[in-house]
Structure formats: C-alpha cells, structure tokens
Ligand binder design. Structure first.
Ligand SMILES: *Cc1c(COP(=O)(O)O)cnc(C)c1O
Length: 414
C-alpha cells in the first residue's frame, strides 16, 4: 500500500472527472418546461405526472408506477409499507449508497448485512441463503453500478421465507435481466432521477414500481399527506362533532371537507415541470444508455491485455446500464499504484461504495469488520471506479481509454 506512485510522463492536458450531471439535457427538455410555464394549467398533480407514470409503467413492465420527489423518498415509503416490528429482520447489501438502507437506522427491525459476489458486487444468493430466516421480513438489494443482480435465485430464496424483495434500481435505468427490466423483477422497485443518474427530472425525483394494487393505493395516499377521500357520505342526523350545519346540505361538500388523515404521511408530489422533463428523458434513455456503453466498452478493451484486471461483466443474456464503470485489479499493490497514477494523469478515481456495515452509525449498532468479507476485500484491495458519463464524445472516450491503458502499464512496473 506504500508503493511510490510513478511520475506522470507529461502533465495531463485533459482531465476526466465524475460528472455533476449523469445525463444530457437539451432543447426538448427546455421546450417541455417552457410549455408548462406558458400554460394556465396546474403546476402539480396534473396531466404530466400521469403521462410520466404511464410511460414508466410501460418501460419497466410493472402494473403501477408512482412518482415521488427522490430515490430516497421512494425507498423510505417502500420500507414504510412493510410495517416493520421488533423481531423482524431486514437483509441488505453493504455495497451501495447509504440512502438504500438509511431509513432502517430508525427502524425497530434488525438489519442483517449480506455479502456480495466478488465479480459483480451484487447480493450473493449463497450468502443470502445462509443469513435468511423466517424472521426475515424483507431483502433490499441494489443492481450495483447498473449490473443486474441474480434475481431468480434471490427471489426464490426470499419467497421460501415469505420475505418481500425491494430492488434499489437507482443505477439500473437502461439495464435488462433475462429480457426484463429491473423494477419489475421482484416486489417493489425504487428509482432515482437525481441529477447524477441516467435520467433526471430536473435534479431530483424518484419512482416506485410494483404490481400489488393495495400497496399502490396506500403509496398513492402516503405521498399525498395520507389523505383519505373515501369517507362515507354524511348519514345524519348529528353524529359528527366536526360537522358544521351547512355541510349537511351536500354530500359532495361533506366529502371534500371531511378528508381523513389516519396516520403520518408526507408530501412527495413530483411537480409537473419535473414530470414533463422525465417524459422527454425517458424517450432518450436508449440513446443515453448507448453512450455510456460506448465509453465502458472502450475502457474494458483498454484492460484486456492485463491478466490481473477483471472487468465488471453482466451475467450471460443480461444488459449492463453502466451507471458506474468498475474494474478490479487482483493485486492490491498494483491497484494502489493504478489509483495514484490515474490521479496524477488527470483521471478522477472513486471507490464506490465504502462497505456500509463499517460506517460509524452501523458499527455503533454492533456491525464489524469480517461480516462481509467479499465486500471488504473489494473496497480495500481490488475495485476501481472511473467516470463513464454519456457526455463524453467518442474521441474523449478513446483518450480516457488510452490513459487507462498507459496508467495500467506504469502501475505494473516495479
Ligand atoms: C442515488 C441513489 C439513491 C438515492 O436517490 P436520491 O434520488 O438521490 O435520493 C439510492 N440508492 C442508490 C444506490 C443511489 O445511487
């Protein structure tokens, strides 16, 4: 870990950073926003949200798609559906962004971290089989970096124990697993349209996909302050202390005035402008995914002559969305040198994600080193994440690939 970093042969003429935007925005998105500003129609809960949700349902292949204001809110409201109680367990991946499991910090349920596969960094079905019990209420996984997890095995194991499976699809827009889209491969899918993701609804936004009608109805209420408009019409003569005399003259007025709020809800309504941009972006998703793939393919090719480097390959028949570009260097000393060399050559390297069970808040809850060995080995010794945004041109992608190749060559020299 203390090897000196080779000096750059030249000062970097071009730098490659993780982008502040994960997508491309253009005239079509601007026109959609301008149309809403210029129209007298409502700015929220209007036709654009319906349109976006309908198109997203069709895209994902789910019966329901319910938009919310962020991926975090999607996960939070999905977890709320589970009505977790003391004694319940929730099995989670440690290899994800903290928002996947953050709502569980306040939960009465016990969080069980399950190790990942070293080649994909996705939840390992064998490890899941070893930790799941009849107390497991839910399994929460992520399709790491956009590479689909082994959903067939994972859902089969979860079903045997009656556990709900939640897919965090924040990286998986554009991916496919055995011909189907993430978000419709288990019980609930949660998407993020944050500005760094493959598709954005003007910076923030999210979506929940699911098939169950009762859950969809509850989610729809929860995101709108949990308002219940289904109160029975006034039956008279005077059982309601809250009822004012004039309300008795109209069932309609009564119904609208006497909305009930049974429990805590929130307002997570995606604005019309955000939804309209979502509609345009969803239409461009194939083009955006193809751009990411063009970059990733070049980077993979740059590693091909280095036997110690493994690429992040999807399972046969699956399609990677390339939210993150990931590769693994089997020799820790060379990984260390590669990271430093890339840095001095103007390429930003990130190691995503620090295993969550080792962060202070989860350590304080009793989690420790050794709990998820594959996730730990990957972060401490092997993995490298490089930028692969759709904004790179083919020429820029070629240059990034050639810098990677040169840095790998330098890192191998002792
Ligand atoms: C971005 C992200 C989230 C959170 O989404 P926001 O829209 O930023 O709240 C959740 N999980 C993963 C894996 C993410 O990358």
């Amino acid at each position: 870990m203390t090897a000196p970093s080779p000096a750059p042969t030249t000062t970097p003429s071009e730098t490659f950073s993780f982008p502040t935007r994960g997508t491309l925005l253009g005239d079509a998105e601007a026109a959609a926003v301008a149309e809403i500003i210029g129209s007298p129609d409502r700015l929220t809960q209007g036709v654009w949200r319906d349109r976006f949700e309908q198109q997203f349902r069709e895209y994902a292949g789910a019966r329901h798609a319910i938009s919310v204001t962020s991926g975090t809110v999607a996960l939070e409201t999905a977890i709320r559906l589970l009505d977790l109680r003391p004694g319940d367990q929730v099995v989670v991946t440690p290899q994800t962004f903290q928002a996947t499991i953050q709502p569980l910090l306040d939960s009465p349920a016990e969080v069980v971290f399950c190790d990942v596969e070293p080649g994909t960094l996705n939840l390992d079905p064998a490890a899941l089989d070893a930790v799941v019990t009849d107390r497991t209420a839910a399994v929460i996984l992520v399709h790491y970096g956009g590479l689909p997890a082994r959903m067939t095995e994972i859902t089969a194991i979860a079903r045997r124990h009656g556990a709900v499976v939640i897919e965090d699809c924040a990286h998986a827009l554009g991916a496919r697993h055995r011909g189907r889209r993430p978000g419709a491969l288990a019980d609930i899918g949660c998407f993020s349209f944050h500005g760094t993701k493959a598709l954005t609804t003007l910076g923030e936004g999210g979506m929940i996909t699911l098939d169950r009608d009762d859950w969809a109805e509850r989610l729809d209420r929860v995101r709108s302050n949990d308002a219940d408009y289904r109160s029975l019409p006034y039956a008279g003569p005077d059982p309601e202390p809250a009822l004012l005399p004039w309300m008795r003259y109209s069932d309609d007025i009564y119904r609208r005035t006497c909305t009930r709020w049974h429990r805590a809800g929130t307002n997570a309504t995606l604005s019309e402008a955000a939804a309209a941009v979502g509609v345009v972006q969803l239409g461009r998703l194939p083009e955006l995914t193809a751009r990411r793939r063009a970059v990733a393919t070049r980077l993979d090719a740059a590693t091909a002559s280095f036997p110690l480097v493994r690429t992040h390959r999807p399972h046969p028949g699956d399609e990677h969305a390339h939210h993150l570009y990931t590769c693994f260097v089997d020799a820790p000393v060379i990984r260390e040198r590669l990271v430093r060399t890339l840095h001095t050559h103007g390429v930003e390297v990130q190691l995503r994600y620090f295993p969550l069970h080792l962060t202070p808040e989860w350590r304080a809850r009793g989690h420790h080193r050794g709990e998820c060995p594959a996730a730990e080995r990957s972060w401490f010794d092997h993995q490298v994440n490089l930028p692969c945004p759709p904004s790179l041109t083919d020429r820029q992608a070629d240059r990034l690939a050639s810098v990677l190749h040169d840095c790998l060559t330098l890192a191998h020299r002792i």
